[in-house]
Design a protein around this ligand. Structure first.
Ligand code: XIL
Length: 340
């Protein structure tokens, strides 16, 4: 691949720079790019409940997850865990058609066992993922803003969120605990999340704890070139910071409008489309750098356009044949890219 400097070195004084990995790609060119440019990784799918149990299975199997942990540790890459509690990629037996007592026991057993298994090996967890609705016009009442189609919610009401965080905190007091969601550039959705985080943290501190229960908010960051707006991201990011929590950008990609989840249409980007995408990455990283004191990690959701979950939208920093794109230079040197 082209000889370019490691991305992570451009951000050593700012935040960790991450990307995704998987148990089926722990060697080869993609893994070499991960080692060169990134200092933290998120397993794209292997840590999700459906993969830890095997669909339908009720016994945890950490073989693939452990292979990832060992490979990252050997490469000096930190590990972020994704995700403990979600309404997708989760076996139905955990929460569907069971009593509240059983759902609570399953949730606590899952969180406790998984976090304990990786105690000291995972720096931070997405404890709860995607609990809020889209298209909100106001986020004042966070309970009203919660997704009601989540099996955990149907079994346990909003209490499932706090239960999950408490179990994670008890299992590994040193890991950073995140609430993670998408479309948080929408201010109403961000407000609902911020209000929940504030209420749960105030309650926790009211019990005499000297730290937060929810340490941070993960803004996924699945953006599109046709509507990406750096100021909307900035406004929400500053709202979270004002609540006394850290922020991470947890799943960054900026796709073109040709995207479709799970397809791999072999499109290529024109030079001008690459430059305008590169500018958006540069605007975003320029803004993030200015907030670095409160940002822990910026993780991209895909190394190259071929292997991205939104492949047809060419959202990544590397092309299908692993060459750097304009977007790479936009991240490497935002100021320089925007000045040019
Ligand atoms: C996606 C993965 O990238 C795909 O491989 C998988 O088929 C579905 O999940 N929000 C999340 C991630 O929190 O877990 C999702 O990852 C992308 C959206």
């Amino acid at each position: 691949w082209t000889e370019v400097p490691p991305l992570k070195d451009a951000y050593t004084n700012d935040f960790l720079i991450g990307n995704i990995t998987g148990s089926n790609r722990l060697s080869g060119d993609e893994f070499n790019l991960l080692k060169k440019h990134y200092n933290v990784a998120t397993p794209e799918n292997d840590f999700k409940p459906e993969n830890l149990y095997g669909w339908g299975g009720r016994t945890l199997n950490f073989d693939n997850a452990d292979r990832i942990e060992r490979a990252l540790s050997a490469a000096g890459i930190k590990l972020h865990g994704h995700t403990l509690v979600w309404h997708r990629q989760t076996p139905q037996w955990m929460n569907d058609g069971v009593t509240a007592v059983v759902a609570k026991a399953n949730l606590e057993a899952h969180v406790t066992q998984v976090v304990t298994h990786f105690k000291g090996k995972v720096i931070s967890w997405d404890v709860v993922n995607e609990a809020f609705n889209d298209g909100l016009s106001n986020g004042n009442d966070w309970r009203a803003a919660l997704r009601k189609d989540v099996p955990w919610y149907q079994a346990l009401n909003e209490g499932y969120i706090e239960l999950a965080f408490r179990a994670a905190r008890a299992a590994d007091p040193d890991a950073m605990l995140y609430y993670n969601d998408y479309s948080l550039d929408n201010f109403a959705k961000a407000s609902a999340v911020a209000n929940m985080v504030e209420e749960i943290n105030n309650k926790y501190k009211g019990e005499g704890h000297t730290r937060n229960l929810i340490d941070g908010v993960g803004m996924q960051g699945h953006y599109q070139t046709t509507w990406f707006n750096v100021n909307s991201v900035k406004t929400s990011l500053e709202l979270f910071i004002s609540k006394g929590v850290k922020v991470s950008i947890s799943e960054l990609d900026i796709r073109t409008a040709d995207y479709k989840e799970g397809t791999s249409a072999d499109t290529t980007m024109s030079a001008s489309a690459q430059i305008s995408q590169g500018k958006m990455y540069a605007q975003l990283f320029q803004m993030l750098k200015a907030h670095a004191a409160n940002i822990e990690r910026v993780t991209m959701w895909g190394i190259d356009d071929k292997n991205s979950w939104l492949s047809a939208g060419n959202p990544c920093l590397f092309t299908r044949d692993l060459k750097v794109k304009q977007a790479f230079y936009g991240v490497l040197d935002p100021e320089g890219f925007l000045d040019y």
